[in-house]
Design a binder for this molecule. Structure first.
Ligand code: GRF
Length: 181
C-alpha cells in the first residue's frame, strides 16, 4: 500500500483524474489539503469520501501542519493546482511533485498559473506548449523536471483552446505519479 496527499486550491480536475486512476488500487489518497474554503476540489473530496483539511497561508509553516503531515507518512505529496508556495520546512521533509501547464522553464514563476500562462504563451507566438511534471523545491517551478508532454499550437489557437489541449495532456499526470511511487 502507498499513500499520497493531494494539495489543491481550485477546480480539482487533476485531483479527480488522480482519484479515478487509483480507485481500487494499492494507492490511497489519505487527505486533500486546500487553502480556500470555496474551492470546487472540496466538493470532489466530499463526493469521494476523502478527508479534506483547509489550511491558511499562515498555518502552512507551523509545527501543527508539519506534524500532521509527518503523522500521515505520505509516500508522496502531489500538488494539483495548489496556489501557495510551500515553505522550505515542508519541501525539505517530503518528496513532492507538481504539474505546471507550460513547458518549464518557460512561463513559470510567481503569477504564472491558470489562464495567465496560456495568455502569455499565445501572446509570445510560441509554436508549442505543454505540461511539465517536476519535483518541488522552495522556489516556484524550479525543481528538477521529471517529464514533459507537448502540444502544437496554430495561429488559430486562443488561450481557451490551448487550455483544452493542456487539460488533455494533464490526463498523463496519474501515470507519472504511479511510476514515481
Ligand atoms: C492545472 O492546469 C495544473 O497544471 C496547474 O493548476 C491547474 C489546476 O487545475 N498546476 P485543476 O484544479 O486540477 O482543475
Amino acid at each position: 500500500m502507498k499513500s499520497i496527499i493531494i494539495f489543491a486550491s481550485g477546480n480539482g480536475t487533476n485531483t479527480q483524474n488522480i482519484i479515478n486512476y487509483f480507485r481500487g488500487s494499492e494507492v490511497v489518497i489519505s487527505k486533500i489539503i486546500c487553502n480556500y474554503s470555496g474551492a470546487k476540489v472540496l466538493d470532489i473530496a466530499r463526493n469521494e469520501n476523502i478527508e479534506s483539511i483547509i489550511i491558511s497561508k499562515d498555518q502552512l509553516d507551523t509545527d501543527g501542519v508539519i506534524n500532521l503531515l509527518k503523522q500521515l507518512e505520505p509516500d508522496l505529496i502531489v500538488l494539483a493546482g495548489f496556489l501557495l508556495k510551500l515553505p522550505k520546512s515542508i519541501t525539505d521533509l517530503f518528496r513532492i511533485v507538481n504539474i505546471h501547464p507550460s513547458l518549464l522553464p518557460k512561463f513559470g514563476g510567481k503569477g504564472m498559473w491558470g489562464m495567465n500562462v496560456h495568455k502569455a504563451v499565445i501572446e509570445s507566438f510560441e509554436e508549442e506548449s505543454g505540461i511539465t511534471i517536476h519535483w518541488v523545491n522552495e522556489n516556484y517551478d524550479e525543481g528538477n523536471i521529471i517529464k514533459q508532454y507537448k502540444c502544437k499550437l496554430s495561429d488559430l489557437d486562443t488561450p481557451e483552446t490551448l487550455s483544452e489541449k493542456i487539460k488533455e495532456l494533464e490526463l498523463n499526470y496519474p501515470s507519472v505519479i504511479k511510476s514515481i511511487l
